[in-house]
Design a protein around this ligand. Structure first.
Ligand SMILES: Nc1ncnc2c1ncn2[C@@H]1O[C@H](COP(=O)(O)OP(=O)(O)OP(=O)(O)O)[C@@H](O)[C@H]1O
Ligand SMILES: Nc1ccn([C@@H]2O[C@H](COP(=O)(O)O)[C@@H](O)[C@H]2O)c(=O)n1
Length: 231
């Protein structure tokens, strides 16, 4: 059976990776969380004094970007891929509020996007991939056979993130999360290079009132429909 490329874009914390990971596991495709790659570059920038006091030393990052190697390896305990930065597992470190609050400015930089998009296109060149992010259907894989654009209200998205952190036993402030979600949406939609947009041929999914299993079922139906058409 011919494999396809699946692009899942949308606003922050709306459930893209939850849907993408589950679908990829069920259909035996590779799953790539492109946001984790921008988060890893951000962590590197914080740890190497490139992002300090709300300022980015862009010249330094430009010189060092070739030394930033991001990869994914399956975690046998979670059954999901963990993110590695230069060979070190950074899966937990890249999910902190510190990284969340610095990542969108880093993701506006053209040379950062160019480096990430090149790696993402390489990862997907054999198809059989589900990738989620902000520009997957518009820039990374404009010819993807199945494109989804996910949205939900900012309050619902912040609540989901808040519940997730609480369940993990982590300190969280709903207001801080809501502010971060809104700020990232704004920066992501208004940057010059590859702003967050619904591709004209993407299917829109507002999952504000859907459960995880309902959205999973919806996505599986879309996949079945497209794969039948292509085979
Ligand atoms: N339909 C849903 N109903 C309730 N909770 C959901 C739903 N979909 C996802 N979630 C939960 O919302 C949280 C955010 O989901 P997820 O991490 O998949 O979002 P995302 O869009 O990939 O986020 P980000 O853009 O930050 O990577 C998770 O805790 C997830 O379990
Ligand atoms: N294709 C992408 C993916 C992500 N970004 C930026 O990274 C941030 C973090 O992504 P999450 O999916 O983990 O929320 C996101 O807010 C974007 O700024 C991107 O630009 N392009």
């Amino acid at each position: 059976m011919k494999k396809i490329t699946i692009a899942i874009d949308g606003f922050s914390s709306c459930g893209k990776s939850t849907m993408a990971k589950d679908l990829a596991r069920e259909i035996g495709y590779i799953y790539i969380d492109s946001g984790a790659m921008y988060r890893a570059v951000t962590l590197y920038s914080i740890e190497n004094g490139i992002f300090q006091n709300d300022r980015i030393d862009t010249e330094k990052l430009k010189n060092l970007i070739k030394d930033i190697h991001i990869s994914f390896r399956l975690n046998p305990e979670t059954g999901r891929p963990d993110t590695y930065l230069n060979g070190v597992n950074v899966e937990n470190k890249i999910r902190t509020m510190e990284v969340s609050s610095c990542v969108s400015p880093i993701a506006t930089l053209d040379f950062v996007r160019e480096a990430m998009v090149t790696q993402q296109q390489e990862m997907g060149k054999a198809k059989g991939i589900v990738m989620d992010g902000r520009d997957i259907g518009t820039t990374v894989f404009p010819d993807a056979e199945l494109k989804i654009f996910v949205t939900a209200t900012p309050e619902i998205r912040a609540q989901r993130r808040y519940d997730e952190l609480k369940a993990k036993g982590e300190e969280a402030s709903f207001d801080e999360i809501l502010e971060n979600v809104k700020q990232r949406d704004y920066i992501d939609q208004n940057r010059e290079v590859s702003p967050l947009r619904k591709a004209s041929d993407a299917l829109l999914l507002d999952n504000s009132d859907l459960t995880i299993s309902q959205q999973k079922e919806w996505l599986a139906e879309q996949f079945e429909r497209v794969i039948k058409e292509k085979n």
